[in-house]
Design a protein around this ligand. Sequence first.
Ligand SMILES: CC(=O)SCCNC(=O)CCNC(=O)[C@H](O)C(C)(C)COP(=O)(O)OP(=O)(O)OC[C@H]1O[C@@H](n2cnc3c(N)ncnc32)[C@H](O)[C@@H]1OP(=O)(O)O
Ligand SMILES: O=C([O-])CC(=O)C(=O)O
Length: 372
Amino acid sequence: MTESYSPGLEGIVAGETAVSTVETGLTYRGYTIEELGEKSNYEEVAYLVLHGELPTAAQAASFRQRLTEAAHVPPEVIDTLRSIPKSASTMDVLRSAASLLAHWEPEVNDNSHDANVRKSERLIAKMPIIVAARQRLKDGQQVIAADQGLSLPANFLWMLRGEKPSERQVKALDVSFILYAEHEFNASAFSARCVVSTLSDLHSGITAAIGALKGPLHGGANERAMEVLQEVSSPAEAEAWIRKALAEKRRIMGFGHRVYKDGDPRAVYLKTLTTAVAKETGHDDLEQTAEIIETIVRTEKKLPPNVDWPCARLYHYLGLPIDLYTPLFVVARIVGWSAHIIEQLDNNRLIRPRAIYTGLAERKWQPLAARG
Ligand SMILES: CC(=O)SCCNC(=O)CCNC(=O)[C@H](O)C(C)(C)COP(=O)(O)OP(=O)(O)OC[C@H]1O[C@@H](n2cnc3c(N)ncnc32)[C@H](O)[C@@H]1OP(=O)(O)O
Ligand SMILES: O=C([O-])CC(=O)C(=O)O
């Protein structure tokens, strides 16, 4: 039983999937993320990950129609968002919201393949509304309804700000959503699979996945990476800052990866876009700071950046509050989690590994008076 033990399950194959692979670069259903980032868009990728194939024109139109029809949340959910203390992080609010939405989901306990696809599509449409609404309520503003004519990333920016975003902003957010959409057996997808392997429901799996993504070793790293960058006031101070941080054995958020030891292809792809947006928005200094830190962490620790390193800066250049970075990861990743939940339930077996016991040997119960 103990032969296949590996701390953190490193290198352990825990199941099969046809959704994506990290074997040689990252592909979703056989398409490289680079080609999807270049030629596709988030809604098309969402369809691909969820349904297994790129949509035909007719399928894309009816998918868009379904997303539009589902782009609202019950007023009771908005009231709850209003009542949650402003001090609560958006990730904590999202975790509650995913669970709350289940109460208004007509097919909540239907675990058939088709019902799970329908529920996933509805959640894909509703989560960006929750993120934007919560932020506006926190800022003392009115909630803005979705605009039927806009794509999902454009709509998010519209609902957050009440102004039509530029094409450049939409494209940048869209690409980040494509790159965040799916990633094999990462901790949050695996959590979702474990939950539904008990034949629990899709919303329970998504709620657990949000909790897993929140952690700074996983999706929470994009917020922490930005906080790191904000500690460094200028490129001139970057080298001293990172050398000190490494000497103090600090974990530098946005670097390292369990699978990609030579580099995360998403970070490579996103860096070019991030640098271009930095130029357009007057953030060259921050890019220089990031470059100095990246070079030193690579040289000294042999750790390349992961997707969260450029994405944190991209979201900063788009003027988004830090507290929304991991929630935006959720908005994009609902797609991958849903595909994993559906795949798990389509061919289910309870996920229940074993543990090596490290506790005391069997002993005898003593009456209270006899205990020391
Ligand atoms: C979308 C995503 O979820 S991508 C990942 C996002 N997470 C982060 O960016 C957080 C920072 N990175 C990390 O903590 C890690 O690299 C992880 C969690 C991503 C991967 O971890 P693992 O594969 O389990 O590696 P582990 O945590 O065991 O680290 C191995 C060694 O590298 C070091 N290391 C790994 N990442 C870092 C880092 N970012 N900064 C400094 N040292 C690091 C560890 O301290 C450890 O050193 P040691 O052997 O001297 O103790
Ligand atoms: O795969 C992982 O361990 C984490 C990751 O990069 C992701 O979920 O996008």
